[in-house]
Design a binder for this molecule. Sequence first.
Ligand code: NAI
Length: 308
Amino acid sequence: MKVTIVGAGAVGASCAEYVAIKDFASEVVLLDIKEGVAEGKAMDLMQTATLNSFDTKITGSTNDYSKTAGSDIAVITSGIPRKPGMTREELIGINAGIVKEVSSKLIEQSPDVILIVVSNPMDTMTYLVHKTTNLPKNRIIGMGGALDSARFKYRLSEALECPPSDVDGMVIGGHSDTGMVPLTRLATRNSVPVTAFLSEDRLNQVAEDTKVGGATLTKLLGTSAWYAPGAAVSGLVQAIACDQKKMFPCSALLEGEYGLNDLCIGVPAILGKNGLEEIVEIELDEAEKNKIKESAEGVKKTNGLLEV
Ligand code: NAI
């Protein structure tokens, strides 16, 4: 199993580290446009192999795509991250060009590859890859909901004063401060609805804190986060590589599901060896349906800025 990660920056390197530590891939190739960075990070990570007991071989490459040939899965994290006060949508000008070029070079070397798009604005970048490549739709997946859901569960566990592993919950919708739809009604603590423990006001606060989870970290760090994003991407990579049939909210190209068409947005999906194997349509109440519709309008507005 060969995994390529384009963009050896904060998220790409963190993803490479989590993939290596989980030890399911034979090879990880890190590629970056900045001279020496991917090679340096690959070497640094390889020097953790005996410390962290993994056998995954990590190599680096400065923009030489021949090194990525035959990749089963490729993750696109190349591009600029946001600075404090910026929205993800503001990154579109620079990142669209990068994502378009990178995806086409990856496919040239690995025609059977499954692409995971991470660069922001992620739903629009995922849509761009669908529009500009001829890959079947199950082989282009956007990562955002897995991270947003992890942040939601963290905020829920904080409010419930319980261990994070006792909590389950999901965020669907667009991967943006206004587009996320944390499904508070369906969140549980050890199978018990969280509505049994938390007031409506407290749950609304949890939902709001979740939606600005990325912005909160960007303000603290001066740039966007990397540990949770890297871990979330590695979860998707593992589900595909190990044919786990695990469900994550992923940005998928919709053709009528949830009453939506011709956009990529976060919906629950089953991931396995064929990539995005199934979109799961869950029953939403009226308020949730309205929120998803509004979120889709926001994503479509950003898609409208693309020149494709
Ligand atoms: P970073 O600046 O640390 O790393 C980006 C890397 O991409 C840099 O090393 C840069 O040299 C490289 N790069 C730029 N153009 C390239 C090209 N044409 N080919 C190859 N490499 C190229 O940024 P960070 O923090 O890793 O974020 C990466 C992207 O991921 C950003 O767009 C950010 O907004 C997004 N992101 C998305 C998340 C999500 O949930 N979807 C979560 C966190 C970040």
